[in-house]
Write a protein that binds this ligand. Structure first.
Ligand code: KIV
Length: 267
């Protein structure tokens, strides 16, 4: 496919000031829909744990779960770049283990890159992965795998020293060879400063309008989750309500003997 999204094409998009689109996908049909709609990057996020598997946070997600879902997403895409998210504890212990786990996303699942949340040592691990031929997307700001240290999902980078630290982390990831960085849950002004001071694309979620691209969790934007969405989410549909209405309708029809009607049975 000639317009296949590649890492050099994403860098060109930043240089041409064209916005990059990224959404999460965890399964084959969703990957097909997003791919055919022209979304640039499909992220198999470890948000999988909360959105699909019902966990309270992302910490319990395993490599096996990530590989299983990444495989399905890769089978559903033709054009988009697929990025697999390194789950908690898959890149924390050693460079060897980081490369081995990241390699599984590429070799077993068919992803083209991995994403890792910032931790001490993230830059060295990024360099080792890039040297091994595995492209890396960094992730700084509100990093959900640090939920216990942060004391919840809290906006980061409001204080001057924190702002400086985030800029420093982004610079170190760029120097280490990352091809893009997710900026999550930080003031718009801080995201703008980082975006203007690094040469690789920034992809924002709850980070204002000046990032080089935007990412959302697909289930959030489709209105599939119960309750009020977070401040940074625009719901483009209310699918949870639509699904509920459809299921109520089916139940009603079966209970009243209205389904199946003649056109739905064999003669
Ligand atoms: O896991 C995920 O879905 C993410 C995005 C929210 C960036 O990391």
């Amino acid at each position: 496919m000639t317009d296949k999204i590649t890492i050099p094409k994403l860098l060109e998009k930043k240089q041409r000031a064209e916005k990059i689109t990224m959404l999460t996908a965890y399964d084959y049909p969703t990957a097909q829909v997003l791919d055919q709609a022209g979304i640039d990057i499909l992220l198999v996020g470890d948000s999988l744990g909360m959105v699909i598997l019902g966990y309270e946070n992302t910490l319990p997600v395993t490599m096996e779960e990530m590989i299983h879902h990444t495989k399905a997403v890769c089978l559903g895409r033709q054009r988009a770049l697929v990025v697999g998210d390194m789950p908690f504890m898959s890149f924390h212990l050693s460079i060897t283990e980081t490369v081995r786990n990241a390699g599984r996303f590429i070799k077993e699942a068919g992803a083209e890159a991995v994403k890792l949340e910032w931790i001490a040592g993230a830059a060295d691990k990024t360099r080792a992965l890039v040297d091994a031929g595995i492209p890396v997307m960094g992730h700084v700001g509100l990093t959900p795998q640090m939920i216990h240290r942060m004391g919840g999902f809290k906006v980061q980078g409001r204080a001057a020293d924190e702002r400086q630290r985030l800029l420093e982390e982004a610079r170190r990831l760029e120097e280490a060879g990352a091809f893009a960085i997710v900026l999550e849950g930080i003031p718009a002004e801080v995201a703008r400063e980082i975006t203007h001071n690094i040469g690789i694309p920034t992809i924002g979620i709850g980070a204002g309008p000046d990032c080089d691209g935007q990412v959302l969790v697909t289930h959030d934007l489709l209105g599939l989750n119960p309750g009020k969405p977070p401040k940074f989410v625009r719901e483009y549909a209310q699918l949870r309500q639509q699904i509920t209405d459809a299921i109520d309708h089916f139940k009603h029809d079966v209970e009243l003997g209205e389904f199946p009607s003649e056109e739905y049975w064999y003669k």
